[in-house]
Design a binder for this molecule. Structure first.
Ligand SMILES: *Cc1c(COP(=O)(O)O)cnc(C)c1O
Length: 474
């Protein structure tokens, strides 16, 4: 057990550790080099019966846990999409953890509910969403998308599934592109329509959804007795950040009266910049929109921003009112437990408030714009390089490429796989991969809070040197 005076002392020491860690994060291998089971083996099979001193716990944290950590806040982290954080976000998370509030309804912390309402309104303005969209914070984009599709299901069935359950005869269908995130298929499984009824539409050469094929598929399914209920458009696909054509998709949804959900989990952050608002042309036809401040907007995981045009439909899908949650009539307050899946909710609005106010909108714009410009410069270098090839358009801060020296075309997948292994094994950088029209490609996402142009330059030089060396030794 920790006494109040001990808490004060140890917490101060932890803060010193936190500050040191973030200043020295570059010294760790970016991707943890441990082998499977290496951490588990060091953890006792049974819990301790007697309490242990915090000193021992912290020593074990450093000795056992730290070697198995991948350093997501390293400026040399270029893998997946970022999950970046920042000092103001961290400071807010300390306060949130200390308060330990449950933000299920207004009464369980009025400030949390009203701050969430205000901050989500700010965010909508910051992204250029039209007035009328109302926001709520979720844990992840996967959850928000599930909420969107559950609402769409209820709208399509006049709330019959909520009342009676699925009877098996509905044949509901959702449409998205072949490049859509796996969370759409997962939502199809969870919501009871089955993944076979999540229809994947083929993409155009830019890897964006082919809207003509979408239109044809929906018309055909209507004739075949299916009930099309929703389309998910992606702004910034996970593999290559392709942007689905929202105006055309919105038009199809308008014709067939389908729910249109927009998944902008990563690239939604680029909407902070007016020069990227072309992406949401057609937003007036959109019913729901999700993006993750916890990816590229300097806000600690987890924090997903979900916006809907018709709150009434959302609340009708999720609301509950057992006796033990009844409160006095309070007037116009928001009870966010009725806006999503869990009852209990973390106080996530605080870190968003801290981030937005500490950076300022202009500060956020400058950082995001820099990330994009460094990625653009890198993609130009890749295009200009004889032995490297850009594998997909790079509209934002993600660059997909492969090493392609003169020689055998058939070994390129294997060569690039080995290149990635060698890069990551070094501990100097961390990149991940994708497959683009069947070809293995490296993905480099530039969006860390502390990344500078020098980090990008160093990484690119290291990639070239590692590739050249492999050619010599193979
Ligand atoms: C990352 C990502 C998701 C999933 O985000 P979570 O918040 O982890 O659920 C969904 N869609 C796209 C396009 C993504 O890039």
């Amino acid at each position: 057990m920790v006494s109040p005076p001990e808490f004060r002392k140890i917490a101060h020491e932890f803060v010193d550790w936190m500050a040191d860690y973030l200043e020295q994060v570059e010294q760790y291998p970016v991707k943890s080099p441990v082998t499977p089971g290496a951490i588990l083996r060091q953890l006792p099979e049974h819990p301790p019966s007697a309490g242990e001193p915090m000193e021992t716990l912290f020593a074990d944290f450093q000795r056992i846990i730290m070697p198995g950590i991948t350093h997501w806040q390293s400026p040399n982290f270029f893998a997946y999409f970022n999950a970046n954080s920042s000092y103001p976000s961290l400071l807010a998370e300390m306060l949130t953890a200390t308060l330990g509030t449950q933000c299920m309804i207004w009464e369980t912390s009025p400030a949390a509910a009203e701050l969430e309402e205000r901050v989500m309104d700010w965010l909508g303005q910051m992204l250029g969403l039209p007035a009328g969209f109302v926001g709520v914070i979720h844990d992840t984009a996967s959850t928000a998308t599930l909420c969107a599709l559950l609402t769409a299901r209820e709208v399509a069935t006049q709330f019959a599934v909520n009342r009676e359950g699925l009877t098996g005869g509905e044949k509901l269908r959702v449409y998205c592109s072949e490049e859509t995130h796996s969370s759409i298929e997962k939502a199809g499984k969870i919501m009871g329509i089955g993944k076979e009824n999540v229809v994947k539409i083929a993409t155009d050469p830019s890897l964006a959804m082919d809207a003509a094929r979408l239109r044809a598929a929906i018309a055909q399914d209507g004739e075949d007795g299916f009930i099309p209920m929703a389309v998910v458009a992606t702004l910034g696909t996970t593999s290559t950040t392709a942007v689905d054509p929202l105006p055309e998709i919105a038009d199809v949804c308008g014709t067939h009266k389908l729910w249109l959900h927009v998944d902008a989990a990563h690239a939604g952050t680029a909407l902070l910049l007016p020069e990227f608002r072309w992406m949401i042309e057609g937003i007036s036809g959109v019913d729901s929109f999700v993006f993750n401040p916890h990816k590229w907007m300097f806000t600690n995981f987890d924090c997903t921003a979900y916006f809907v045009k018709n709150v009434e439909l959302l609340v009708r899908t999720f609301e509950i009112l057992p006796e033990y949650l009844k409160t006095n009539p309070l007037g116009d307050v928001k009870n966010y437990r009725d806006w999503g899946i869990p009852l209990g909710r973390r106080f996530r609005a605080l870190k968003l408030w801290f981030v937005i106010r500490s950076f300022g909108v202009r500060g956020l714009q400058e950082k995001v714009r820099s990330h994009i410009s460094w990625a653009q410069a890198l993609s130009k270098e890749i295009i200009a390089h004889d032995a490297f090839e850009l594998m997909a358009p790079a509209p934002f801060n993600l660059v997909c490429f492969r090493y392609r020296p003169a020689g055998d075309e058939n070994t390129l997948d294997d060569l690039n796989q080995r290149l990635l292994t060698n890069l990551n094994k070094s501990g100097k950088v961390y990149l991940t991969h994708t497959r683009i029209r069947g070809c293995y490609a490296l993905r480099m996402c530039i969006g860390q809070t502390s990344t500078t142009p020098e980090h990008v330059k160093k990484a690119w030089n290291f990639i070239q040197a590692t590739a050249a060396e492999m050619e010599l030794t193979s």
